[in-house]
Design a binder for this molecule. Structure first.
Ligand code: MN
Length: 227
């Protein structure tokens, strides 16, 4: 499955131009399955939700991002499978390339299926799972629906299930920084030669204002800053 799946990923990208990984041939999944949520300031801001399965990252685009509130069903539009290496990608996709814009590793960790047969659950369109990330934890479900995403495009919904990790907190606003580097989108764009103004537009405005007021502080990033 994996090689065919990655064909679409590779067809859309020019690897001499974009810093995104080409990806090796799909590998067998390790015992612990990874997940990643990448915040992506492309033409439109969205969050890419990816679950490791069968040696690739199954992927959905969340226009509004995930919500910890079980009453907030978040549209999840299926996108092409990505290579496992993509889980570590944070940086800038150059202008003119597919998905051009700034990418942040917004959350990452491992996931555990809550069903005995993941392939059957995906085919049925009802997958329950536990996330163990830095921001997203506890029980979630991805459900396929009709009536979302336009004609001929099956939509899915990502929904937090009611448990101790459910919350009314707006986690995309309260936790806007990278789980990998501690950076905001604006800081990733600045460090990696991206469109700083457009990236800043994807960060919560209050946090960006604070950063501009104290340009030397607040990153928490690992990379050395140019001065
Ligand atoms: Mn994306």
């Amino acid at each position: 499955m994996g090689r065919v799946a990655l064909d679409e990923y590779r067809r859309r990208r020019r690897f001499g131009v974009t810093p995104e990984p080409r990806g090796r041939t799909a590998r067998q999944s390790a015992s612990r399955l990874r997940f990643v949520v990448q915040k992506h300031r492309a033409t439109r801001l969205h969050y890419d939700f990816r679950l490791e399965w069968n040696g690739v990252l199954l992927s959905w685009a969340l226009p509004k991002g995930p919500s910890l509130d079980p009453s907030q069903k978040r549209l999840a539009v299926p996108t092409e499978d990505h290579p496992l290496e993509y889980a570590g990608f944070e940086g800038v996709i150059p202008e003119g390339e597919y998905g051009a814009g700034t990418v942040m590793v917004w959350d990452r960790g491992t996931w555990t299926p809550e069903v005995p047969d993941v392939d059957a659950a995906l085919a049925k369109g009802d997958l329950a799972f536990t996330l163990t990330g830095t921001k997203l934890r506890g029980s979630w479900v991805l459900v396929r629906t009709r009536g979302y995403g336009g004609a001929g495009r099956p939509g899915w919904l990502l929904i937090k299930r009611r448990d101790a990790r459910a919350s009314a907190e707006d986690v995309t606003e309260t936790a806007p920084r990278s789980a990998a580097s501690g950076r905001l989108l604006v800081e990733i764009a600045r460090d990696e030669g991206g469109d700083v103004a457009r990236a800043a537009d994807g960060d919560p405005s209050g946090v960006v204002r604070k950063l501009l007021a104290r340009p030397g502080a607040g990153s928490g990033g690992r990379r050395t800053r140019r001065r």
